[in-house]
Design a protein around this ligand. Sequence first.
Ligand SMILES: [Mg+2]
Ligand SMILES: [Zn+2]
Length: 278
Amino acid sequence: MAGIVVVFDFDKTIIDVDSDNWVVDGLGATELFNQLLPTMPWNSLMDRMMDELHAQGKTIEDVVEVLKRIPIHPRIVPTIKAARDLGCDLRIVSDANLFFIETILEHLGIRDCFSEINTNPGFVDEEGKLRISPYHDFTISAHGCNLCPPNMCKGLIIERIQASLAKDGSNKKIIYLGDGSGDYCPTLKLEEGDHVMPRKNFPVWDLICRNPMLVKAEIHGWTDGEELEKILLQLINSISAEESNNNTAQLISGDCKLQIISAAAAHETLPQALPVPQ
Ligand SMILES: [Mg+2]
Ligand SMILES: [Zn+2]
C-alpha cells in the first residue's frame, strides 16, 4: 500500500463537464435554471430543478440516461485504475451530489476504486424524484469559511482527512486534483510534502497564481486527461520511490545499530587480560 491519498474533485476534473449543467441542459431546462439562479444557492436550485423536471414528467431513468452520456477524457478511467493498482487510497470531494457521482462511476466501472465520496446527499424519494440536500446544513449553522459556498467547505473535509491520517501515524502524502474556485480552500490546507494538481486556466489555477506563496504543497498544473495521467502517475511513482528509499535507509541504520550493539556485546564478553605476574 503506497502512502498516498489522492483526492479528486469530480466536475471538470474526473468528468470533462459540470454534471449539474449537463443534466439540466440534457433535459431541456436551461432557461428555467438561468432564471432561478440569481434567486437561490446553487445546491438548493438543483433540488428545485429536480422537482420541476419531475413535475414535467421527466423520470429518474431519464436523468440516468443523460448521466450515462457524460463526456470524459479517454485517459481518465485508465489513470484512476492505475493509481488504484499502485496502492493509492482514492477519494472524491465534490459539490455535485451522490446520485450523479455514483451513477456515473458505476457506469464507467470505477465505483470500487474510491474509498470515500464526500458530496451533497442525493436520493430518489418514494415518488421517484431525486432529492438533493446540502452536505453542510447551513440552515442549522454556518461552516464559517468565507472562501466556500454555504453548503460545503472542501477545506474542512481535507482537515478531517488530515486528522485521520495523523491519528494513524502513517505520514501519508496527499495529492489533490481540482479545477474550481471551491478547490482553492482545500489547496490552502495542504502541507509541505503534499501536491496539488490544479487544472490550468480554470478558476483554482487563477486563484493559486495570484499568490503561489500561500500554497505549501508542490503545484503541478495540467490541461487535459492526457497530461493529468502523465503528471499523476509520475508523482505517485516518485513519492513511492522516495518512500522505499526512506525504508531502506531505516533498515540500513537499523543494521548499523545492530552491529554496534553486537560489537559492544562482543567487547563485554572478551576474555579479560590475565594479570601478568610481577
Ligand atoms: Mg470541479
Ligand atoms: Zn472553505
